[in-house]
Design a protein around this ligand. Structure first.
Ligand code: ARG
Length: 560
């Protein structure tokens, strides 16, 4: 059914692998000249001939068959015309056979991929800045698992650092356990913001905070009890959000988990002669690689963010023996990961090459960048609540008799938040706007969910026979078939490029093709064969859209 690979195999270009040829085969925007096309321009360098000459000589050798019925040269393109009806038959059969596994494969062969994502900071509110890493990471986990990899999702909690000393000071001065248990993260952020306001006036608070942090490190009981309380409250709160977003983790080993694992790494760095002491601090010099030094220990001997990431990388390698270890973290930390990966390479770890920073763009507010210290954030919970509310209103208006209005609104609202965050190429910066998230028109999640609901309603109402022969296809029917056939390769590209937005884009394209077909072609026609084919097409669209949304962590609804 994978016609690109099929054509690539038949082409048999010595200079390139079948995979490479298949990847360069395109679906032309205007399919009147051909259903697939190979642009020969990139080949001209390798084969030292003009693109037209290459296209012509490839055409000479190409043997058409019952699948690929015609091959022609247009400019520097080699165009292929397929037997569309046969293709449709292949695609529909495969979708019917595979169902919820349509697009899945065993390509990963059980190799392990670690995905470090979400990695929230304890005691800080879960704001929309953490939405991208959470939904991109979760989608990547689902995509890789779908492709036969063993996935380990890791929430590398930010549960270490002087901010916890600050919180203890703030807690002792301006709060108490009862209030914290009642108001949770709101109270913790209130006192965190207050600490920074007060510390501007009274810098001695900072010293006190450092003292408390040192106490946590030394294992002081009271300080650790409070720290444990902050952690427990944060995790209980974010867990609710993870549930809404269908996000799960295999490990919550955060920064503090590596407290007793850093000495060994520092020792190894020393043994390998990689440490230099500069102003009392231990660093790995990276001048030769055009980077500032990687800080390993401060002059007082305390560890840093990078030290913990080095220990975490070694631990993950020893524990999971990963094929790849991904870090879904904003591009703000590009340098940090470059440094950490370079240090691992200098340590002689052959697996350093398997570390990948999956970098993404930043979210800012229309009023400027977010700041937890100043309390200038948009809480993810508020965003979800508002989209769910809006979804409820729309449903009330358009379909007041719907049975499970609340549940449907929850699915549509949270779906909209996830889909919105996965709509752009991940590296793009986003300015958050409620208007955009709350818009249900155009290329949005509600549009795709509505399309699935439309499929359900057709499937409920229109009868069909199991067996049919694919009739001569109209252009709108073929457009749907072509989109359906592209799903498996879309999943593979999304994995290879670490880009879930390819699947979001795919869902929109398929939904659009389907809705055009729905307008152009009557499904409940008298002609039983035609009707049965069209119903099967609807069923296939439902399957492909459902699979796409599931990979993004979005639940479909039966009716809307
Ligand atoms: N907690 C960090 C932050 O919010 C992200 C941690 C990413 N993961 C890692 N292994 N460094 O900025």
């Amino acid at each position: 059914m994978d016609y690109k690979s099929y054509i690539a195999q038949k082409l048999d270009i010595k200079e390139l692998s079948v995979k490479e040829i298949a990847e360069s085969i395109e679906i032309p925007p205007d399919t009147s000249l051909g259903d697939f096309a190979l642009p020969c321009f990139p080949l001209s360098k390798i084969m030292r001939q003009s693109p037209v000459k290459i296209a012509e000589s490839l055409k000479e050798k190409f043997v058409t068959d019952d699948k690929v019925v015609k091959c022609s040269v247009v400019g520097g393109y080699l165009n292929f015309t397929i037997d569309r009806e046969k293709y449709a038959d292949d695609v529909l059969r495969e979708i019917k056979k595979d169902g919820a596994l349509y697009g899945a494969s065993s390509f990963g062969n059980g190799k392990t991929i670690c995905v470090d994502y979400s990695s929230i900071n304890i005691a800080k509110p879960f704001h929309i800045g953490h939405l991208s890493t959470t939904v991109i990471g979760s989608a990547l986990c689902k995509i890789f698992a779908f492709l036969g990899y063993k996935v380990v999702g890791i929430n590398h909690l930010g549960d270490y650092g002087t901010q916890f000393g600050k919180l203890i000071v703030a807690f002792k001065k301006w709060s108490d356990e009862e209030t914290v248990r009642r108001d949770k993260l709101e109270e913790l952020s209130r006192i965190y913001v207050k600490f920074h306001e007060e510390a501007k006036k009274d810098p001695s608070l900072e010293d006190e905070a450092r003292r408390y942090f040192a106490l946590i490190e030394k294992g002081d009981e009271e300080s650790n009890r409070l720290f444990g309380l902050f952690k427990e409250i944060t995790l209980a709160e974010v867990d609710k959000i993870y549930k809404l977003l269908n996000v799960t983790f295999d490990s919550y080993a955060g920064e503090s988990f590596y407290n007793d694992k850093m000495d060994a790494v520092v020792e190894e760095l020393r043994e390998k002669g990689l440490i230099t002491v500069s102003d009392g601090a231990s660093i790995v010099d990276l001048k030769d690689y055009d980077m500032p030094p990687c800080l390993i220990l401060k002059s007082d001997g305390s560890s840093l963010y990078a030290t913990r990431d080095l220990a975490a990388a070694v631990y993950r390698h020893n524990t999971y023996d990963f094929y790849k270890c991904l870090y879904v973290v904003a591009y703000q930390q590009d340098l940090h990961f470059k440094q950490v990966f370079k240090v691992l390479e200098l340590m002689g770890k052959p697996w350093a090459k398997d570390m990948v920073h999956v970098s993404y763009g930043m979210v800012s507010l229309e009023s400027g960048s977010m700041s937890t210290r100043e309390g200038k954030v948009v809480l993810l919970k508020d965003v979800i609540d508002r989209t769910v509310e809006k979804a409820y209103k729309v449903i009330e208006e358009k379909n007041p008799d719907l049975k499970d209005k609340e549940e449907t609104a929850r699915a549509v609202g949270t779906g909209a938040v996830i889909f919105g965050a996965l709509s752009n190429n991940k590296i793009k910066d986003i300015v958050f706007s409620y208007d955009r998230v709350l818009s249900f028109e155009g290329e949005t999640c509600p549009y795709v969910l509505y399309t699935v609901a439309r499929c359900n309603s057709v499937l409920d109402k229109v009868s069909a026979k199991k067996e049919f022969t694919v009739p001569a296809l109209t252009d709108s029917e073929y457009a749907v078939i072509s989109a359906l056939g592209r799903f498996p390769e879309t999943v593979v590209s999304a994995a290879e490029k670490y880009e879930p937005s390819l699947i979001t884009r795919y869902a929109i394209d398929l939904a659009k093709a389907f809705n055009k077909f729905y307008i152009d072609c009557k499904i409940a026609t008298e002609d039983e064969n035609l009707r049965s084919f069209r119903v099967e097409l609807v069923s296939a669209v439902k399957t492909a859209l459902t699979n796409a949304l599931t990979l993004l962590g979005i639940k479909t609804v039966k009716e809307m």
